[in-house]
Design a protein around this ligand. Sequence first.
Ligand code: PFF
Length: 452
Amino acid sequence: MSQSAVPRSTWSNRWAFILVTIGSSVGLGNIWKFPYMAGSQGGSAFVLVYLICVLLIGLPLLMAEILIGRRGKGNPVSSLLKVAEETGNSSWWGVLGWVGMLGALLILSFYSVVSGWIVDYLFKALTGFRVETAEAARQSFDTLLGNPYQMALWHTVFLVLTVGVVARGVVSGIEFANKTLLPCLFLILALLTLWGCVAGDMPAAWHFMFDFKLADLTPVVALAAVGHAFFSLSLGMGAIMAYGSYLDRKTSIAHTSLWVVAAGMLVGILAGLAIFSLTFRYGLQPDEGPGLILQTLPLAFSHMPGGGLLAIFFFLLVLFAAWTSAISLTEPFVAWLTERLSIHRPIAAWGTGLAVWLLGLASCLSFNWWNDYRLFGLNLFDTLDFLTSRIMMPLSGLAIAIFVGWAMGRTAVADEIRLNRHAFTLWLNVLRFLVPVGITLVFVFRIFGWME
Ligand code: PFF
């Protein structure tokens, strides 16, 4: 496999790696999807299963993915090929890298459309937009969905922001952007949570998210929570592998992974508490679904003192989270183009951006002009979401668990992961048994659920 002559970049230090990986993981998944899924899927039952899945399935897989990237020191395809070759395995494992890279681009195409909605609402907040009734809030969202030009405009803006960062390089682009955006994100989140404590109904939000009722724990809720654990940790799509490939040998993979998982959980919980405390304070419903932060919250903002300012902060928070995740979705393929085909990074990044932009346009149209074109009842946007989060991510996660747990061999894995004996055995066994069984169960249930 040919490698470019340019020396590979390395993150400035271990905190830079922790930060960029948190940036990848914390995104629309934590701030947009987690609260609305918790809101519509039984609240605390969903939260509990999600937290358990993140720890039992997500954390071991996150470590495995970083491990492959760091050992292979290349884009997802070349990393897998190199590690497979080194450990005497078939080069077919390289296919896994392709699934990840292409999956990441598919996700990016619709992720950018949703992020475009966020930019639209940020723009509205900056121009003093208010909605007085639930009907008006719904109408304003529907108007956006019905207008492909407006959606395409914001989708373009968001993608340009994302590709602009990736084009600048690993350290001066990706690391720099994360180092700037994430501290702002945490500051805004702290502010919003405080605001929720002062102006919202925090006890109600707390009970909603943490009062566990067994009756709410249905298989559907459990499945949704497992799937979400994957999405929110950016697993199986090559993003973490690509970031891991720029990590030096000294840093502990386990330690950094713990930080990433903890930060992701904290952001989801704080965002949920902030959002629900305001939702309940204004007597609104938590189970609005995807419209929770685009319909319910704007209504709450419009009714509270200082709500205009709060809305600006809130949408900035979501934008920053989405931006840092989108960057990580772009990097794997760009890394492949630069390393395998020796294409100059800016050209590789803008070229990738163009392809994703076109696919994203199709997603924009799937809400209006092309709404009637459906596959199994889903429009293109939902089909891409289904294909990536429900099929590609779990299958790819399963393959990674098998590769690291069974195929790579104990010695190479132990050499890379460097845990003490007990912790290593525990982690390896979880990866070998619990993770594959867990994913297979979810997958089988999902397929049956889907076919019913
Ligand atoms: N983890 C991101 C979120 O929660 O929004 C989404 C994501 C990023 C998924 C990168 C997959 C990925 F490779």
